[in-house]
Design a protein around this ligand. Structure first.
Ligand code: BTN
Length: 323
């Protein structure tokens, strides 16, 4: 453990209690000036540590940032987040960072997280609005034993884990819109971007990025009408780290179920969390437009739509508008 980590866990152990510089220096085996230097650094990371002459130091509040140590604290996963978590105050896109890491051999379970993205990417070449501090911008690296055509199932699995985590923690009525949006009252709260590197019949690695609007206070005009945040829905900011942990734990459980029992149980849960089946939709795919009623999401995660002439279409990917 680094000196920083030892000092922080000492402060956490004594949370709310004054601890003298002398006792810290004895417990951690560092000089008093090193204590001071590390306290300054922890404050820069967002920890609220008060100091007073004759009393010493007291940890008043943990950092609000999505620091790796904060994510790992009490995280009940076997793999996800238990290896490397790369943290950026600012990066172009966590998916792009993860892509580079995976190409250099980063193992399954590696995470990339950022406070802000300058080139956050959405599906279909769109941008993902990623201002500092208020959102979760998180990417996971996976190395599943799947064929490329099964990759969309993992996106649906991600949506189930995220929707359940949000429902459990906030009680908000979240719904999934095929394939990967999390909505509250038809407004978008979160999106998922899955990218794969694959051979013809095997995936080398899979990058799953999620963007979640947690404490963002407002959106630019072009997004305002169709986007929402937890802050807007509840009137209160929500600790982002709790959502990250809950999501990772649920994702890992579903991922194990998927590997052991197949996609059935995941799909069943997905269908329970959508309002789409039986609803009228318009779908834009590359070069085609469909309108009709959603019949089902089939065992491959494909959208089955019946158009006005009664003809059924299997739609593998696209952008859905609910009518
Ligand atoms: C969508 O609904 O269009 C998908 C949005 C995915 C956004 C996330 S934010 C973290 C990760 N990094 C990116 O550049 N994109 C994904």
């Amino acid at each position: 453990m680094s000196t920083r980590d030892r000092l922080l866990s000492y402060f956490k152990e004594k949370r709310g209690e004054w601890v003298s510089g002398e006792s810290i220096s004895r417990e951690i085996s560092i000089s008093r000036s090193a204590v001071w230097k590390h306290v300054r650094k922890l404050r820069e990371e967002g920890y609220v540590i008060t100091s007073a002459p004759k009393k010493g130091y007291v940890l008043q509040r943990d950092s609000h940032r999505l620091l790796p140590g904060e994510i790992r604290e009490g995280l009940e996963t076997g793999v996800l987040g238990q290896k490397d978590i790369l943290y950026f105050r600012e990066t172009d896109s966590t998916n792009s960072r993860a892509w580079d890491l995976a190409a250099r051999g980063a193992p399954e379970g590696t995470l990339v997280v950022a406070e802000q993205q300058t080139k956050g990417r959405g599906r279909l070449g769109r941008d993902w609005f990623s201002p500092p501090g208020g959102g979760i911008y998180l990417t996971m690296i996976l190395r599943p034993t799947l064929s490329p055509r099964e990759a969309p199932k993992t996106t649906l699995l991600t949506a189930v884990a995220l929707a359940e985590a949000l429902l459990t923690l906030t009680g908000l009525e979240v719904h999934i819109k095929w394939p990967n949006d999390i909505l509250i009252k038809r407004k978008k709260l979160a999106g998922i971007l899955t990218e794969i590197s694959a051979e013809t019949d095997a995936i080398n690695y899979m990058i799953i990025g999620l963007g979640l609007n947690v404490n963002i206070p407002s959106f630019p005009d072009n997004l305002a009408a169709k986007t929402t945040t937890i802050l807007m829905e509840t009137g209160k900011p929500f600790p982002r780290v709790r959502i990250v942990r809950e999501f990772l734990e649920r994702f890992e459980r579903y991922y194990e179920v998927f590997n052991r029992k197949g996609f059935g149980p995941v799909l069943t849960r997905w269908k329970e969390m959508t309002h789409m089946i039986g609803g009228r939709v318009q779908v834009e795919t590359l070069g085609r437009h469909y309108e009709g009623v959603v019949q089902d999401i089939d065992a491959d995660g494909v959208l089955i739509l019946k158009d006005g002439t009664g003809k059924s279409h299997r739609i593998f990917s696209g952008d859905v508008n609910l009518s």
